[in-house]
Design a protein around this ligand. Structure first.
Ligand SMILES: [Zn+2]
Length: 134
């Protein structure tokens, strides 16, 4: 797994890019198999801290729930869509979803993109957003 860290990431360290495309950084416990979003030093389930390995997750998932944000906070362009996405690795993540007529519906299979989500002081900040597959 190679990591691509961009200085313009909204959440530095959350995502990466390799030959298969964008992914989310996660940690997997070698004792109980629990997968946790982000880089962890201790398992949130069994508390072991000696067999935690970095893994790439979240290339694809399935929409669990979603909503449209009409009152966009500063730096965001509304309306935009967010929701929970269930990943095959066993994690449910809160993420932006593609907006507009192609917005994924609940139950749709989605694929991860890293796109510009927010602008601060004229600088675009990127983050994960899921789009409908197919
Ligand atoms: Zn564990």
């Amino acid at each position: 797994m190679s990591q691509t860290q961009t200085e313009d990431s909204l959440w530095p360290g959350l995502s990466g890019l390799d030959s298969r495309g964008p992914y989310l950084n996660a940690s997997k416990c070698g004792h109980c198999g629990t997968v946790m979003l982000g880089q962890r030093t201790r398992c949130s389930r069994c508390w072991a801290g000696d067999k935690i390995e970095a893994v790439a997750v979240g290339r694809r998932g399935r929409v669990y729930s979603r909503t449209v944000i009409h009152a966009a906070p500063a730096g965001y362009v509304g309306p935009y869509t967010v929701g929970y996405v269930d990943l095959p690795e066993g994690i449910r993540v809160f993420a932006h979803l593609q907006a507009g007529p192609d917005t994924p519906a609940i139950g749709d299979e989605v694929q991860l993109d890293i796109v510009s989500l927010r602008t601060t002081d004229g600088q675009a900040l990127t983050g994960p957003r899921y789009r409908r597959l197919g």
